[in-house]
Design a protein around this ligand. Structure first.
Ligand code: AMP
Ligand code: ZN
Length: 114
């Protein structure tokens, strides 16, 4: 069994509310949402962070944002706005070391987020 919680979700070994999935990414509900919409867009491929990204991953990162954009429209927050965040390393507060893009919206979000 994979040690990584997001790899377990991808493998169907841990539960998640899945909004979207294709060959490259999965998008599921954050377990501790900070806003009415809080979805994580996660590459199927286990990459620890942006620091682990290689040049061949450039289209994958673009795809994460493309899916975020589609989900924002689907969730009705495209016009009201949203934050899309990727945390990298200790100073960012990254807690899960499998790359993910947070899509956060549905209310005015504070900056910084705390
Ligand atoms: P980060 O600080 O960017 O690494 O964020 C990790 C995010 O993953 C947090 O917002 C957590 O609430 C979320 N999270 C952790 N475990 C799970 C899980 N099993 N299912 C869904 N979201 C999770
Ligand atoms: Zn993983």
């Amino acid at each position: 069994m994979a040690a990584c919680i997001f790899c377990r979700i991808i493998a169907g070994q841990a539960p998640a509310k899945v909004y979207y999935r294709d060959e490259q990414v999965i998008a599921f509900q954050d377990i501790h949402p900070v806003a009415p919409v809080h979805i994580l867009i996660v590459p199927i491929k286990h990459l620890e962070s942006i620091n682990a990204m290689t040049e061949e991953d450039k289209p994958l990162i673009g795809h994460l944002f493309w899916v975020a954009r589609q989900l924002a429209a689907q969730q009705g927050i495209a016009q009201s706005g949203y934050r899309s965040i990727i945390n990298t390393g200790p100073d960012s507060g990254q807690a899960v070391f499998h790359l993910h893009l947070h899509l956060i919206g549905g209310q005015r979000v504070r900056f910084p987020m705390g």
